[in-house]
Design a protein around this ligand. Structure first.
Ligand code: FAD
Ligand code: EPU
Length: 338
């Protein structure tokens, strides 16, 4: 399906009303291959778009957007301990989590209610409440944008890191994900040590996949704005990972600073806390603003432009650098001029 001069308002969770010259929806892998075969005749640049929940457009997109509508959840293999399940890249992520929980398969319940489509889960290595996609991804099936060949990446080949993978680095924009294969457990192993998760499950009753999912949903709803109501893209910045020696200095000065030890010599610092210390929580800048419950989330209060949101993020970066000497990296991808 090809759409011309199409509004992107429903294709990005900031709700920004920019236009794309062409948007092509592909429904199957064959469709994707055939569209990519014509790529020489497609207007450049090309952008692969999922749910647009980690993207900030700053202008109309004068090129071709390929949007995956590849569906289907399939059980590929079963052993007494595991089930390998594949999901099309166009499957809504949270619907896949719901399917998994309903079928008694464990592994992704902590990733409930993350917006977007399954195809982006390996790109971003999505994560929440102590689990990352890398913990459950078996392999990723893709079509090469250069030569339309099928290529499957094993978990190791994806080079996963914190909100990172080979698809955001060396292979950025080089592969269209068609299906993601997950290794899920037939009898769950719960990970409950993140923040208030355990306490929230306690309120719901017994420990079960269903209650873990519900607890995560309850916590998320209490903290994060619903993009259907208030435009946002979740955490705008990544939590910075800094030298532990410097984190120790900060801990002395700010005993309440949240921190998470990483690999040897490195410590992750809560960016939301840094922003709050710089006075950003709830601050407005034109129609862009910092969320009042979670400073890491930038919001569109109504009719913000992408540039306004971007400019706010620059001011935030600068103030965090001035106060803490820490350089923040954006998690959200900027598409367009800045
Ligand atoms: P998009 O934003 O459309 O795209 C993201 C990137 O993936 C782009 O580079 C795009 O080109 C690429 N891409 C997308 N689909 C494909 C494909 N099929 N093939 C190749 N490349 C592709 N993220 C977390 O990790 N944890 C959270 O807890 C979390 N919470 C959030 C809460 C809210 C309220 C919001 C709005 C966002 C949150 N996010 C979170 C961020 C976001 O939901 C994830 O990054 C999600 O995986 C993005 O999926 P998407 O389909 O919207 O991808
Ligand atoms: N905090 C503040 N002030 C704030 C926000 C947070 O002091 O305004 C403090 C909190 O009190 C807490 C700490 O910072 O001690 C961490 O906050 P929270 O638990 O809300 O998590 P986060 O680090 O801000 C990360 C992910 C989220 C993910 C949650 C839960 C990143 C960049 N963000 O947020 O992912 O849902 O943990 O696991 O890693 C996303 O990627 O878009 C996203 C929402």
């Amino acid at each position: 399906m090809i759409y011309k001069n199409v509004s992107l308002k429903n294709y990005n969770t900031f709700g920004l009303d920019y236009k794309a010259s062409t948007l092509i929806k592909v429904k199957t892998e064959e469709d994707a291959i055939s569209v990519l075969h014509q790529s020489k005749s497609l207007k450049k640049p090309l952008l692969i778009l999922g749910g647009g929940s980690n993207i900030l457009f700053t202008a109309d997109f004068d090129g071709t957007i390929i949007h995956s509508g590849i569906g289907g959840i399939k059980i590929e293999e079963k052993t007494p301990e595991y089930v390998i399940v594949s999901a099309g890249s166009g499957v809504n992520w949270d619907e896949f989590v719901e399917w998994s929980v309903s079928n008694g398969n464990g592994g992704i319940e902590n990733l409930s209610l993350i917006p977007g489509l399954t195809g982006a889960s390996p790109i971003q290595n999505i994560g929440a409440y102590g689990i990352e996609a890398k913990d459950v991804i078996e392999k990723v099936r893709t079509v090469s944008i250069d030569d339309c060949s099928i290529r499957e990446f094993s978990n190791g080949e994806c080079m996963f890191g914190y909100r990172n993978s080979i698809f955001k680095q060396e292979y950025k924009g080089k592969f269209l994900v068609t299906r993601v294969f997950f290794r899920l457990r037939t009898s769950p192993e719960y990970r409950l040590n993140y923040g208030s998760l355990n306490a929230e499950i306690g309120k719901l009753g017994e420990l079960s996949l269903r209650n873990v999912r519900q607890a995560v949903i309850n916590i998320r709803r209490s903290k994060l704005p619903d993009p259907q109501v208030t435009g946002n893209a979740g955490s705008f910045f990544k939590n910075p990972v800094i030298a532990s020696a410097y984190a120790d200095i900060l801990k002395e000065k700010y005993p309440l600073m949240p921190f998470y030890p990483e690999t040897t010599g490195k410590t992750k610092i809560a960016a939301g806390w840094l922003l709050e210390q710089c006075g950003w929580k709830g601050k407005k800048s034109g129609a862009a603003a910092v969320h009042e419950n979670q400073a890491l989330v930038l919001i569109n209060t109504g009719n913000a432009s992408g540039k306004e949101i971007y400019d706010l993020s620059e001011k935030i970066k600068q103030s965090v650098f001035e106060k803490f000497n820490i350089e923040l990296d954006r998690e959200v991808e900027i598409v367009g001029p800045i």
